[in-house]
Ligand binder design. Structure first.
Ligand SMILES: [Zn+2]
Length: 255
């Protein structure tokens, strides 16, 4: 939007220069055209800031980094690499849909919790989605979980979870029990100190080998893409219902 506004103000200045010139030299007809032009620009001034405010900022936090987090030895899969890939996939869906996207890390370097929430706060993000893949000491379980801390975190986490869990459970490739672990209150640094509603998503358990095998696939019909799509759909639902949408909840900020 910044470049659009620079260009716009340039045109406004240009217009008033020509206005000065033509108004005093032109006839009655020219004066009418100029007055219509002025009214048009005033109209633009009223309308433009509304569309700028409508552009939501999503801060994506790919968890871990530097080969930390969960690891599946059978398929040599690291959580941090999968969630970075999913974060880029999410960015690729959000930006063409008119969202601004920031990412707390863009390569596989680990970041502190402070780096993460400070970054999301500095870009005035409307929401924060922390992307993780779960791991367990019990290699026989698979399922979804979401973490929240306070304020509107829970609404955000629940809205995304409502799309994520049933979609991943009903994936025809999943021929096993897919547990609904639901929402858990969790005092993670990223969730506590972020100024915007923040949710930490744990879509699947990569310690369950059949699930890990699905996560190996990086195609457009992959499990990774399906997880990403549920984040995207959940975010769309959140903004439609809780943040300046028909639901009327401001959605921004925490008590
Ligand atoms: Zn994690």
């Amino acid at each position: 939007m910044v470049s659009f506004y620079s260009l716009y103000y340039y045109y406004v200045i240009l217009f008033f220069y020509s206005f000065n010139h033509i108004y005093w030299k032109g006839g009655e007809h020219m004066k009418r055209i100029i007055i219509l032009g002025v009214l048009f620009f005033i109209g633009l001034l009223i309308v433009s800031p509304v569309s700028a405010e409508g552009e939501k900022i999503v801060c994506i936090d790919p968890g871990h980094g530097g080969n930390t987090g969960a690891y599946n030895a059978m398929y040599n899969l690291w959580e941090d690499e999968i969630v970075l890939d999913i974060s880029y996939r999410l960015k690729a869906l959000l930006e063409p849909a008119g969202y601004q996207v920031g990412m707390t890390r863009t390569d596989n370097t680990n970041k502190s919790n402070g780096d993460r929430y400070n970054y999301c706060n500095s870009i005035n993000a409307d929401i924060l989605l922390s992307a993780h893949i779960n791991g367990s000491n019990n290699p026989d379980i698979d399922g979804s979980m979401a973490l929240y801390f306070d304020g509107d975190d829970k609404i955000l986490a629940q809205t995304i979870y409502n799309v994520m869990y049933p979609t991943l459970r009903d994936d025809p490739r999943v021929q096993w029990g897919f547990t609904n672990f639901g929402l858990t209150k969790f005092a993670s640094g990223v969730l506590i100190k972020s100024n915007m509603p923040a949710a930490l998503m744990e879509p699947v358990l990569m310690s369950y080998n059949p699930e890990a095998l699905l996560l190996v696939d990086m195609s457009n019909t992959s499990r990774r893409q399906m997880i990403t799509q549920t984040y995207f759909d959940g975010i769309i639902n959140y903004f439609a219902n809780y943040s300046g949408g028909s639901g009327g909840n401001p959605g921004k900020g925490k008590p």
